[in-house]
Design a protein around this ligand. Structure first.
Ligand code: ZN
Length: 178
C-alpha cells in the first residue's frame, strides 16, 4: 500500500492543466504503479474519486470507486473505474445540487450545481475507448474529478459563498459528495 500525499488548495499544481496520456504509457510499470497508488490514496482517505493532479501528477487520469463508504451512506455505489483522457459533454443545464467536498479542501463543504446528465468519453487502462451517458450522483462525481484536470476546484463553482463552510457546521441533508 502506497498512499501518497494529497495536495491542498493553495498549492499551485492544483491550478495547472494536465496533459493527455499516450497509449504507450499505459503499459509501463510506472503507470500501473501510479494507478495503484491513486486507489490506495483514495481508499486511505475514504474518497469517492481522485484525480492525478491531486497527488502532483499533471496527467489526465482519474480513479473513482466506492463500495461502502462511511462518508456517503446515502449515495448509490460507484463502481471502480479508471478514466484516461476523459472528456465530458453536458447533456442538461445545471440543476443537480450537492454539498461537495474535496480531499484537497479537507474539512470543508460547499453547495455546487452541475448538469445532472453528461456524456462521458474515456480510455481505460487497456486502452479501450468508452462512451457512456451518465446521470445522478455518478455524473456529479465525474464532473468534480475531471475539473481537477483543468485546474478547477469546486470552490470556483460555488453558487453562493454563504453556502460554504466547515463540514461540522453545515446541515447538508445527506446531499454530500467528496
Ligand atoms: Zn476534488
Amino acid at each position: 500500500m502506497a498512499a501518497r500525499k494529497v495536495l491542498r488548495i493553495g498549492d499551485p499544481l492544483l491550478r495547472k492543466k494536465s496533459v493527455e496520456i499516450e497509449e504507450d504509457e499505459v503499459r509501463t510499470k510506472e503507470f500501473k504503479k501510479l494507478i495503484r497508488d491513486m486507489f490506495d490514496t483514495m481508499k486511505h482517505l475514504n474518497g469517492v474519486g481522485l484525480a492525478a493532479p491531486q497527488i502532483g501528477v499533471l496527467k489526465k487520469l482519474v480513479v473513482v470507486g466506492v463500495d461502502e463508504n462511511p462518508r456517503y451512506p446515502n449515495e448509490e455505489q460507484v463502481r471502480e473505474h479508471i478514466l484516461i483522457n476523459p472528456v465530458i459533454t453536458p447533456l442538461e443545464k445545471p440543476k443537480e445540487g450537492y454539498w461537495e467536498g474535496c480531499l484537497s479542501v479537507p474539512g470543508m463543504r460547499g453547495f455546487v450545481e452541475r448538469p445532472s446528465k453528461i456524456k462521458l468519453e474515456w480510455y481505460d487502462e487497456k486502452w479501450t475507448f468508452h462512451s457512456e451517458v451518465i446521470d445522478g450522483f455518478k455524473a456529479i462525481v465525474y464532473q468534480h474529478e475531471c475539473d481537477h484536470l483543468d485546474g478547477v476546484l469546486y470552490v470556483d463553482r460555488l453558487k453562493d459563498i454563504k453556502m460554504f463552510g466547515y463540514t461540522e457546521e453545515i446541515d447538508t441533508e445527506g446531499k454530500e459528495l467528496d
